[in-house]
Ligand binder design. Sequence first.
Ligand code: HMG
Ligand code: MG
Length: 303
Amino acid sequence: MSLPAAVKIVEVGPRDGLQNEAVAVSVASRIALIKDLVAAGLKTVEAGSFVSPKWVPQMADTAAVLADLDLGGDVRYPVLVPNLQGLDAAEGAGAKDIAIFAAASESFSRRNINCSIAESLERFRPVAERARKNGLTLRGYVSCVLGCPYEGEIAPSAVARVARALHDLGCAEISLGDTIGTGTPAKAKAMIETVAAQVPMAQLAVHYHDTYGQALANILAALELGIAVIDSSVAGLGGCPYAKGASGNVATEDVVYMLNGMGIATGIDLDRLAEVGRGIVRELGRASASKTAQALSAKIGNN
Ligand code: HMG
Ligand code: MG
C-alpha cells in the first residue's frame, strides 16, 4: 500500500453543491463562498457552469461570478462546459480551466445532456480541440461510474471506455463520478483498476457523492491505488438535478479530517474551512452534511 504524500482537493461546492440547492444563491454570495474557500487554503475551486439556464437555473450568471475572481493567478477556477456555445461563454468570461462531462450510462447521458454517449463525445471533440489550441486546461468527468439512477449497475468496462475517450480528446484529468453514491470499496477498487488499464492512474480523480455514507471508504480505496486528486464539496452541499434523491458530494471537511489523520498534506486549514461551511449552510437554511463540521461545532474531541 503506497499512499500519496499530498492530495489535491478539487472543491466543487460552488458548482456541484449549489446547482442542486433549492434556495437560489446570489452572485455576490457565490463569489464570497469561493473567496472564503480560497482563504481556507483551497487551490482549485469549481466556480460554476456554462450550461443552459433553463436546465440548471442555479448556475446562471457564472460569467458574473468569474468577473470577480483573479483568473490569472495560482488558484484554478474550472467551469463546466457542455458544448461550443458554453465554450464561447466560458472563454468570453476569461475562464482558463474547463471541464467537459460525459456519462458511462446511456440513460443518464440523455437525461443530463440530452444526447447519447457517442453524440456527447462528438459534441465535445471541437470543444476540446479549441480549448487545447487556446491553452485552456481540460478536465473530463464520467458520471455513473458505480451505478446509474435509471439503469442500476454499470460495467467497469463501460466506464473505462468513456474515460479513455475523454483522455484521447486531451483531458489532462479524468474525474470518476459516483453520481448517486451507491458504490462500495471493493467495487470502487475494481472499477478504478479497469479504468487505469486505459488511462494513467496519475490522471485520475475521484468524485464521490455520499448518499449511502460510503464516500470516505471509497476514497480510501482510491488512495491505496495511488489516486491523489479528490473532488469534494464544503458541508457536503448539493446532489444532482438528474439523479433524484442523491446526496451531495462527500464533505470537504470530512476528507480533510481523514487526510490530516493519515498525515497526507492538503494545505487546507480545517477550522477555517468548517467556518466557511457553517456560513453557507446558515445562508441556505439547511444543516451541514459534514460529520466533521458537526463534531467541531460541538467541540467533540480535541482537534
Ligand atoms: P439541448 O436542449 O439539447 O440544447 O440541451 P440545444 O443545443 O438544442 O439548445 C436548446 C436551448 O439551450 C437553446 O436556447 C440554446 O441556446 C440553449 P433557446 O433557443 O431554447 O432559448 N443552450 C445553452 N444556453 C447556455 N449555455 C449553453 C447552452 N447550450 C444550449 N452552453 C444542453 C443540451 C447540454 C445545453 C443541456 O442539456 C444542459 O444545459 N444540460 C445541463 C446539464 C448539467 O449542467 N448537469 C449538471 C452538471 S453534470 C453533474 O453534475 C455530474 C458531475 O458532478 C459528475 C457526477 O457527479 O457524476 C459533473
Ligand atoms: Mg457530481
